[in-house]
Design a protein around this ligand. Structure first.
Ligand code: HEC
Length: 293
């Protein structure tokens, strides 16, 4: 283009049949025009990435082997008090579904609408945010959206956990992991520190061969307090082992007839089941003899 040629003149290079066309693609392109700013993807860049990848992989493997993955708690179908919670990273979406415009009639908005827009925008981000500028303060829209969603997710997660803790407190529940820890501490030294079996500490059944024990099994009591008198502690139904230490026969008769707290009156239901006053009397008497020896 020098030598006084017109600058828009097209230069045509004539091929030389004696020179073989470039055959090897493995020869890296010449990037000397951009010193320190560029390199070939294969193999230079890829090799570096592989190195980093290998180091990370080894790190994760070491962690995995040194720290066993925690298992969840065994499922307990009798536990009606259980509050199901998603894993921590979904708490914000769980919380989202508690607000008026994302629940009930608007639940589709909460389950599909809002998350759809959010994740859709994330997918489209590379096509929408195409500016050359990389500094975050020069990209006000993208940066604002990112900070807003970060703040929203953090807030929703925190609020969700707070609700959960309040709910636990209201129901008088102790979170399973804390309960286990307490049990472990209480049990240290005993039986080599193994977890106690539920009900292992409870008193034995007094006079299990008493005729009243059979009557008890015909009564409504069985459905809730169980054949072994162990109750369902997880559902707030107390064990009746050792109940004699707490209540006299008269009191137990009173509980059967009038109910107590969450237990409704059981008298009518038992009469309907064919039990008599005398039978209930015997049951109450037998229960009042359930004392820890
Ligand atoms: C529908 C389930 C249910 C049935 C059926 C039932 N109970 Fe209960 N029972 C409970 C619950 C729940 C409590 C705890 C009440 C409370 O204090 O909140 C309870 C408490 C008791 C208590 C007091 C225990 C304590 O530690 O204070 C006695 C005694 C008792 N029940 C006896 C009986 C007898 C006897 C029968 C059968 C005639 C019976 N229950 C049937 C649910 C039931």
């Amino acid at each position: 283009m020098a030598h006084g040629h017109k600058s828009d003149e097209k230069i045509v290079y004539v091929g030389d049949s004696r020179v073989r066309a470039k055959s090897s693609r493995m020869i890296p392109q010449d990037f000397s025009a951009y010193p320190g700013k560029s390199e070939v993807f294969i193999p230079n860049f890829l090799l570096k990435e592989w190195m980093v990848g290998a180091v990370v992989l080894v790190g994760i493997l070491v962690l995995v082997m040194s720290e066993a993955a925690p298992l969840g708690y065994p499922a307990d179908p009798t536990n009606t008090q259980f509050i199901p919670m998603p894993d921590w990273y979904f708490l914000f979406m769980y919380q989202l579904l508690k607000y008026p415009y994302t629940s009930n009639h608007f639940v589709v908005l909460g389950t599909l609408g809002v998350p759809g827009i959010a994740f859709g925008a994330l997918l489209l981000a590379p096509f929408l945010d195409t500016g050359k500028e990389r500094r975050f303060y020069r990209r006000p829209i993208a940066s604002t959206l990112m900070i807003l969603s970060l703040v929203a997710c953090t807030y929703l997660t925190v609020v969700s956990w707070h609700h959960y803790e309040l709910e636990m407190k209201e129901k008088g529940l102790i979170p399973e992991h804390i309960k286990r820890e307490e049990e472990m501490h209480a049990n240290k030294g005993k039986e080599g520190g193994s977890a106690p079996k539920p009900g292992a500490q409870a008193a034995a059944i007094v006079a299990p061969d008493d005729p009243a024990a059979e009557l008890y099994k015909k009564a409504t009591c069985l459905a809730c307090h169980g054949g072994e008198l162990k109750g369902m502690p997880a559902s707030g139904i107390p064990a009746l082992r050792g109940v004699g230490d707490k209540h006299s026969k008269e009191e137990i008769l009173g509980i059967i007839k009038k109910g107590q707290g969450n237990m409704t009156a059981q008298y009518d239901a038992n009469i309907k089941q064919g039990l008599t006053d005398a039978d209930l009397d015997k049951i109450a008497d037998w229960l009042s003899r359930q004392k820890k020896q």
